[in-house]
Design a protein around this ligand. Structure first.
Ligand SMILES: NC(=O)C1=CN([C@@H]2O[C@H](COP(=O)(O)OP(=O)(O)OC[C@H]3O[C@@H](n4cnc5c(N)ncnc54)[C@H](O)[C@@H]3O)[C@@H](O)[C@H]2O)[C@@H](O)CC1
Ligand SMILES: [K+]
Length: 493
């Protein structure tokens, strides 16, 4: 198993920069030149035949990287122009030195956007306006430069991070939309969550030769798990029997929402659960048994009828299609008292947020799976606040309710007692009804097969996204949640 990738804050990467310079015993301008060379190599590999380059430079060291890249392009006889967003006279330190280097190499530096030729499809834009030093509201002059980059028809290459994207949170108002981002020394969390995955294009990491021991001393914000770093289910013994792999009870499916509970049951089944029960409105029984006869479907018209069903299962997943009616509240209240691990999703989270049911309850043995809207309700804030810092929101939900919190998104965050994990899998085709119900069923099935809660959450998020990717052979639009089921089965072993 590989170790996960650490994801850092801007402040931590600055510390890594300092430690790298000290450990390598080189002047800081040399590290800047390394960064620019690494960026230039990737840029040339991707756009070997580009006609010309326009480099947009800011007033800090990210701009400094840009000036060095411009100098390297000039050395290779690629037509290159710099737009200096900050008057070069105002540059300091390494950035000033980098500017002088570009001028020595004959690079034309313009200080007004009106003087800059319009970019065409054969113009590569190098975005070196803002890196890890960006904070607060965008200044007008930089905003104009970003708008200009966004209008250019050709490819865009971002140095370290797309300008306007927050390295710490992945939030952005106005930001550069890149085709490729080469990021230095430490991976920034913001590249992988929130708006990051949509803005960065392909992300390439260049460690610039930073020695491995420096990473020990700096705390990351999160750990990124990929397929190779996930704990998997063990092989099954030849003499296995169904009771070894967990009995899952799915509770949900109020009138009008029967499909959600059924899909959670189906995804549990396809993730290897030994036995599956479904507690739902009587009107959904025939459809459930027709679609998935392996499921033991039970009609419940009140919380009382749920009571005997709570005796058998090893894991209970409550929420898919649960609704918010008195029936829904009764079911959540009963399910929430069961002494087995719980997976809590969808309307169960919305009911929890209101606080009439399970008020003040914290459990170490539950997994909460909110999307951004549900997380906002759980925290009593609005979705914009969650989007402004999804990691902080995931941590806040975890602190309020304990257990494991899966905050779903383009970069899904998993907050637990040991820290925060991030998993990028899936695609925009998965923005359709029923996808969350599948995830709930997968998490429950993996817990039922004895993975610790955090490992179950990680593997489930990856499986879910990867199944979504595999299922897009026929396109992303029109992808249905149930299209993922065969893929979940193929990937779970
Ligand atoms: N420190 C080092 O050792 C290295 C740094 N490198 C580069 O340096 C970058 C960090 O450099 P800096 O710390 O100088 O910071 P940046 O260059 O990322 O940002 C500072 C600049 O952004 C402007 N700025 C900040 N907030 C703004 C806002 N809200 N609106 C508009 N403008 C704003 C500041 O006025 C300043 O001009 C990294 O991202 C990386 O690209 C690389 O050269 C590798 C080595
Ligand atoms: K940048």
């Amino acid at each position: 198993m590989d170790t996960p990738q650490p994801l850092y804050s801007a402040e931590s990467v600055r510390e890594l920069d300092r430690q790298t310079i000290a450990a390598l015993e080189i002047p800081s301008i040399q590290l800047m030149k390394r960064a620019a060379r690494a960026a230039f190599i990737h840029l040339r590999a991707r756009w070997a035949d580009i006609g010309r380059i326009q480099v947009f430079c800011g007033g800090g060291n990210n701009g400094g990287d840009g000036y060095v890249i411009a100098a390297l392009a000039a050395q290779k006889k690629i037509p290159v122009t710099v737009f200096a967003c900050t008057d070069p006279e105002l540059l300091k330190g390494d950035a000033r030195e980098a500017y002088a280097y570009a001028v020595r190499e004959g690079v034309q530096v313009l200080t007004s956007l009106t003087e800059l030729d319009s970019a065409d499809g054969n113009t590569l834009i190098v975005d070196a306006l803002l890196g890890t030093g960006f904070s607060g509201e965008l200044r007008q002059d930089v905003a104009h430069a970003i708008e200009r980059i966004r209008k250019s028809p050709g490819p865009v290459f971002s140095v370290d991070i797309p300008s306007g994207l927050s390295a710490d949170s992945g939030s952005a108002d106005l930001a550069v939309q890149a085709n490729m981002t080469v990021t230095f020394i430490g991976r920034k969390l913001g590249l992988y969550c929130g708006r990051g995955p949509a803005l960065c294009g392909e992300v390439i990491f260049a460690d610039l030769g930073a020695p491995a021991p420096i990473y020990q001393a700096v705390e990351p914000l999160a750990q990124r798990f990929e397929r190779s770093s996930l704990k998997r289910l063990p092989e099954r013994a030849a003499d296995s029997y169904k009771n070894m792999f967990g009995h899952i009870l799915i509770v949900g499916g109020d009138s009008g929402f029967g499909g959600a509970a059924l899909m959670a049951a189906q995804s549990s089944a396809r993730s290897g659960a030994g036995l599956i029960s479904l507690a739902t409105r009587p009107e959904h029984l025939t459809a459930a048994l027709t679609r998935c006869p392996e499921v033991m479907a039970h009609p419940v018209i009140s919380g009382q009828e749920l009571e005997p069903l709570l005796e058998g299962p090893d894991v209970i997943a409550v929420g898919p299609g649960l609704g918010r009616s008195p029936w829904s509240e009764q079911l959540l209240a009963r399910a929430g008292r069961a002494q087995v691990p719980l997976v809590v999703d969808a309307d169960a989270l919305n009911i929890l947020a209101v606080g009439r049911v399970l008020a003040g309850v914290k459990r170490d043995d539950w997994v909460l799976t909110p999307h951004v809207g549900e997380a906002a309700r759980l925290l009593g804030c609005n979705t914009a606040e969650v989007l402004a810092d999804p990691r902080a929101a995931a941590v806040a939900v975890q602190q309020k309710f304990s257990g494991v919190v899966i905050l779903k998104g383009a970069g899904t965050l998993i907050a637990h007692e040991g820290g925060v994990d991030l998993i990028n899998s899936g695609n925009p085709g998965m923005a359709s009804g029923g996808m969350g119900d599948l995830l709930t069923g997968i998490v429950a099935a993996l817990i039922g097969q004895h993975l610790p809660l955090v490992d179950a959450a990680r593997l489930a998020v990856w499986l879910h996204g990867e199944a979504g990717n595999r299922a897009t052979e026929d396109g992303q639009r029109g992808l249905l949640a149930t299209d993922l089921l065969p893929w979940i089965r193929r990937l779970v072993d």
